[in-house]
Design a protein around this ligand. Structure first.
Ligand code: HXC
Ligand code: NAP
Length: 295
């Protein structure tokens, strides 16, 4: 049977207008989970600012989020700004643009990340650097920009860093991303303590397996190697993207003000999975259908 399906898309647990008058800054909010999270904030009345690199993703954010904000009826607007989160100047410029148009964001969703499966022995130094730079450094640069502006303005705020469960377990085939996400989770704990006195709440949110059409070819290819995806989860199903959106809107809401420094896992218990028997070990190379390492 597995875990039941959630309510339909369009349902909301929080009161209508919970985010009316609040600007929510979502990195990578033009695709996949970032867009799903932005959608739920827009549904609750927020204005949304999406920051990422590619014009087609920013266009998709405007096209998909604007009708949701309009339908919410709280005057929420949608804007996009080109930004590479690896570059602190680009991050500062994006915050300037958002502040000028929508005011200081009250919520930052640090969602943008980079990942592709690769055996560690095949990983080039630049591949490692690129994933760590986007996923860990970029997340810090955005949090830093948000924190500095809030401390100077003397107004409270909320940060949600999107993580991954291999922050705790390690991630064979994803050594770069797993190490970066471990840093992201650790950063939540440091910043929550440092910035609590300034009214800034900092939490992590970890998705389990949430397939979506925007996944990169690398990630889709990896998933295609998995057998029946639902049957491989203790929940007997994968996540529905709105479930992550609901968790994010709760974590940043007034109803979760005393939750800070916490990382919430939304994965139907998949990361806790252990087996009674020890199945044979299959190397990452074999899992990826690769031959022997030749140097
Ligand atoms: C090995 C690879 C590789 C691959 C790239 N590289 N893809 N190495 N296997 N599949 C190497 C390149 O050869 C290069 O190293 C280095 O990585 C940088 O590549 P660029 O293409 O120059 O980088 P850039 O243009 O900055 O693009 C970054 C990117 C790209 C990470 C490579 O995929 C991207 O933009 N991704 C953003 C979206 C994303 O990754 N989404 C996934 C989110 S996380 P050399 O040595 O050749 O210079 C996620 C978690 C899922 O979804 C969890 C499991 C389901
Ligand atoms: P996705 O669709 O590939 O989204 C990644 C986003 O990050 C894209 O919108 C991309 O936009 C943006 N981005 C990448 N590099 C950037 C950079 N340098 N500067 C600015 N923006 C950048 O992936 P997703 O599945 O939605 O993942 C969202 C988050 O959930 C990530 O943190 C990921 O690690 C996490 N996660 C996802 C899953 C899952 O099952 N989907 C599981 C575990 C964790 P541009 O290309 O336009 O820059």
């Amino acid at each position: 049977m597995g875990l039941p399906e959630p309510p339909e898309l369009g349902a909301a647990a929080l009161p209508a207008g919970t985010y009316a008058g609040t600007t929510v800054f979502v990195t990578g909010g033009g695709t996949g989970l970032g867009k799903a999270i932005a959608t739920e904030f827009a549904r609750l009345g927020a204005s949304i600012a999406v920051a990422s690199r590619k014009a087609e993703h920013l266009d998709a954010a405007v096209a998909d989020l604007t009708p949701v904000a309009d339908a919410a009826g709280h005057g929420g607007r949608v804007m996009v700004t080109t930004c590479d989160i690896r570059d602190p100047d680009s991050v500062a410029a994006a915050f300037d643009a958002v502040e000028a148009e929508l005011g200081l964001p009250g919520v930052l969703i640090n969602n943008a990340a980079a990942n592709f499966p690769v055996p560690a022995e095949e990983m080039s130094p630049n591949a490692w650097r690129t994933v760590v730079d986007i996923t860990l450094n970029g997340t810090f640069f955005c949090a830093r920009e948000f924190g500095r502006r809030h401390i100077l303005a003397g107004v409270p705020g909320s940060i949600v860093n999107i993580g991954a469960s291999y922050a705790w377990t390690g991630g064979p085939g994803f050594a770069h991303s797993a190490a970066a996400k471990a840093g992201v989770k650790n950063m939540v704990e440091s910043l929550a303590v440092e910035w609590g006195p300034y009214g800034i709440q900092v939490n992590g949110l970890v998705p389990g397996l949430f397939p979506h059409e925007d996944m990169t070819a690398d990630i889709k290819g990896n998933l295609a190697r998995t057998h029946e995806k639902d049957a491989c989860q203790p929940a007997m199903r994968v996540g529905r993207v709105r479930e992550l959106g609901w968790a994010a809107t709760f974590l940043a809401s007034p109803y979760a003000r005393f939750i800070s420094g916490h990382t919430l896992v939304v994965d139907g218990a998949n990361w806790q999975r252990r087996t009674l028997t020890n199945p044979p070990v299959v190397t990452v190379r074999d899992q990826m259908g690769m031959g022997p390492f030749t140097g």
